[in-house]
Design a protein around this ligand. Structure first.
Ligand code: ADP
Ligand code: XUL
Length: 521
C-alpha cells in the first residue's frame, strides 16, 4: 500500500497523477502544457510547426524541460515526493529519440546543471518524428517489399507498414542522414526515453509501445531479425530488448532524489504507450469494454480475446499491459480538426456543445462533411480531404451549428466503420480524453454506435493507468481491486442513445460508406 505516481508525456502536455492505494483516492493531479508553459520551445501545439503537413517532429528537450518544470511545480505545492512508493508512465506512441550515447553509458545527471543541458549533447538527432508524421510512404513500401509484403508484416507485428510507426521513421533517418544514423548508439521511444531520464539508465521498450514500431514479433516478444534487417543496418545493436510492461526498469536517479526529495531507491516500472496505458486507466484490460479516447488524436481501442487483424489494414494489435493483446484504431483528425471547425465558425466549446445538443438533430438535415483537414491514417489519405455537402451556408462554413455537428457525426461514423472488424458490437463505450467533457460529442457517439456512453471520475486515463500499473507492481493488488477503487464511472454522465436518432443515422452511414468506397479507402 502507498502512493504511486503516474506520468503521461502526451502530444500537448506532460501530466502527473498520484494515487493513494489505501485511501482509494487520487491525491494529486498536475500538468505542464508544452505550448503555454514552455513557449521558448516554439511548439504551440506540442510539436515543431512545419509548412509541410506530412512532416511532424517534436523537440525531445521540450519533454525533458517539461519533466523538470512539472516536478518543480508540484514541489512548490508542498507535495512530499518522499511519500511516493513507485513510478510509471506513458508517452505518445511511435515517436522516436536518437542518442549518440546510451543513457546508461552517459555521465550520471548532475544536480548543478539543468537536465536539458545534460541531455542536449546526448542527442544524435535534434528532433523526434512523432505520430503525426506521415512522410515515410516510400520507406513503408521498401520495408514491406523486403519482407514479402504487408500481409507478412501484419502476421508478425499486428500492423502493416505504417507511416507514423517507428521502423519506417528510422529507415528514413538512415537514408537521409546516414552519418547521424551511424553515430546513433540508441534508438528509443518517447515512453522509454522518459523512463531513461528518470532512472539515468537505458530503459527498455515495453510490448505495449514496442508493438507500434513495425519491428516487434508479437508472438515471441523479440525484435524480428527480418524486420530489423529490412529497416536499417545495425539496428539490433541500437535497441534494448523489448520487455513485458510489468518490468521494473530501475530506480529513480539520484538527481531526482536530491532535487525533488524522492526516497532513494524509488522503483520505476517500464513506461508504455499512452493508449495501452489508457486501457488500464479506463479499467478495460479485460475484453468486453471498448474505449474511445478523444485527445489530440481520436482512438478506439479494446482488449482482445485473441489477436485479430483489420482486413482494411488500418487497425493495429498492441501488447495489453495487463497481458495478452489489445486492438487500436487511430484517427489523426481528432481534436485538432474539431478545433479547426470551431475556429472557422467562431464557436467556443460550450457553444459547440449547445450547437449539437440544442440547435441541430441527428443526421444534421443532410449536411455532411468529409472531415480530413490534415493527412489521415484511418482511412489512409496522404493529402487533406475536406468536402462539405449540403446547404450553401453550410458549405461556406457559415452555419456554425450544422458545421459543428457535421464534423462530429463524420468522425463518429468513421470510428464505427473502422472498428467493425473488432467483432461484437459494443453496447457500452467508455470515453476519455480532453473532448470527453463535451456532452454534444458524447451524444453523437451514443446515437451512432447505439451504445451507452460512460466516462470515468478521473479524466486523465493515461496518467491514471500509469499510476495503477506502478501500484499493481508495488502492492500486488489485483487489477479488479484497483479498478474498483480508481476506475470508477462518473454517475453524473450516463449518455444513452435515442431510438429516433439511431434510425436517423442509417442514411448518413450508407452515404459515408459510399464516400469511402469512392475514395478507394
Ligand atoms: P492529449 O492527451 O492528446 O494531449 P487531451 O486528451 O488533453 O490531449 O485533449 C486535448 C484536446 O481536448 C484539446 O486539443 C481540445 O481540442 C480538446 N477539448 C478540451 N475541452 C473540450 C471541450 N469542452 N469540447 C471539445 N474538445 C475539447
Ligand atoms: C496511436 C497514435 C496516437 C498517439 C498519440 O497509434 O498514433 O494515439 O499515441 O496519442
Amino acid at each position: 500500500m502507498g502512493l504511486y505516481l503516474g506520468l503521461d508525456s502526451s502530444t500537448q502536455s506532460l501530466s502527473a497523477l498520484v494515487i493513494d492505494t489505501e485511501a482509494g483516492q487520487v491525491v494529486l493531479q498536475d500538468a505542464v502544457n508544452f505550448g503555454q508553459d514552455l513557449p521558448e520551445y516554439g511548439s504551440p501545439q506540442g510539436f515543431l510547426p512545419n509548412p509541410d503537413a506530412k512532416l511532424r517532429h517534436g523537440d525531445p528537450l521540450l519533454w525533458v524541460a517539461a519533466l523538470e518544470l512539472l516536478f518543480t511545480k508540484i514541489a512548490k505545492r508542498g507535495f512530499d515526493f518522499a511519500t511516493v512508493s513507485g513510478v510509471s508512465g506513458s508517452g505518445q506512441q511511435h515517436g522516436s529519440v536518437y542518442l549518440n550515447q546510451r543513457i546508461s553509458d552517459a555521465p550520471t545527471w548532475s544536480t548543478t546543471a539543468l537536465l536539458v543541458d545534460q541531455v542536449r549533447p546526448l542527442l544524435s538527432r535534434a528532433s523526434s518524428p512523432i505520430w503525426l508524421d506521415s512522410s515515410t510512404s516510400a520507406e513503408c513500401r521498401e520495408i514491406a517489399a523486403a519482407v514479402g509484403g504487408d500481409p507478412v508484416l501484419v502476421s508478425v507485428t499486428g500492423s502493416r507498414a505504417i507511416e507514423r510507426f517507428t521502423g519506417p521513421q528510422i529507415r528514413k533517418f538512415w537514408k537521409t542522414e546516414p552519418d547521424a544514423y551511424a553515430k546513433t548508439a540508441e534508438v528509443t521511444l518517447v515512453s522509454a526515453f522518459m523512463a531513461s531520464i528518470l532512472t539515468g539508465v537505458s530503459a527498455p521498450i515495453d510490448y505495449g509501445d514496442g508493438a507500434g514500431m513495425n519491428l516487434l514479433d508479437l508472438q515471441s516478444g523479440a525484435w524480428s531479425p527480418k524486420l530489423l534487417a529490412a529497416t536499417a543496418p545495425d539496428l539490433a545493436q541500437k535497441l534494448q530488448p523489448a520487455v513485458p510492461s510489468a518490468t521494473r526498469v530501475g530506480e529513480l536517479a539520484a538527481y531526482f532524489v536530491q532535487r525533488f526529495g524522492f526516497a532513494p531507491g524509488t522503483p520505476v516500472l517500464a513506461f508504455t504507450g499512452d493508449n495501452p496505458s489508457s486501457l488500464v486507466g479506463m479499467g478495460a484490460t479485460e475484453p468486453g469494454t471498448a474505449v474511445i479516447s478523444l485527445g489530440t488524436s481520436d482512438t478506439v481501442f479494446a482488449a482482445m480475446r485473441e489477436p485479430r487483424t483489420d482486413p482494411r489494414g488500418y487497425g493495429h494489435v498492441f501488447g495489453n499491459p495487463a497481458g495478452g493483446f489489445m486492438c487500436l484504431i487511430s484517427f489523426a483528425n481528432g481534436s485538432l480538426a474539431r478545433e479547426e471547425v470551431a475556429r472557422r465558425v467562431g464557436l467556443s466549446w460550450p457553444e459547440f456543445e449547445a450547437a449539437i445538443l440544442q440547435q441541430t438533430k441527428a443526421g444534421n438535415g443532410k449536411n455532411s462533411m468529409l472531415p480530413y483537414f490534415f493527412p489521415e491514417m484511418t482511412p489512409k489519405l496522404l493529402e487533406p480531404k475536406l468536402e462539405l455537402e449540403g446547404s450553401e451556408a453550410f458549405c461556406a462554413f457559415r452555419d456554425p451549428p450544422a458545421n459543428a455537428r457535421a464534423i462530429v457525426e463524420a468522425q463518429a461514423l468513421s470510428m464505427q466503420r473502422h472498428s467493425d472488424w473488432i467483432g461484437e458490437r459494443p453496447r457500452r463505450l467508455r470515453v476519455t480524453g480532453g473532448a470527453s467533457k463535451n456532452r454534444g460529442i458524447l451524444q453523437v457517439l451514443a446515437d451512432v454506435f447505439d451504445a451507452r456512453i460512460e466516462t470515468l471520475q478521473v479524466s486523465n486515463s493515461a496518467a491514471l493507468g500509469a499510476a495503477l500499473r506502478a501500484a499493481q507492481a508495488g502492492t500486488g493488488l489485483s487489477w479488479a481491486e484497483l479498478y474498483a477503487r480508481f476506475a470508477v464511472t462518473d454517475s453524473s454522465v450516463r449518455v444513452e442513445s435515442s431510438p429516433e436518432s439511431v434510425l436517423a443515422y442509417a442514411e448518413p452511414r450508407a452515404k459515408f460508406a459510399r464516400k469511402m468506397q469512392a475514395l478507394g479507402v
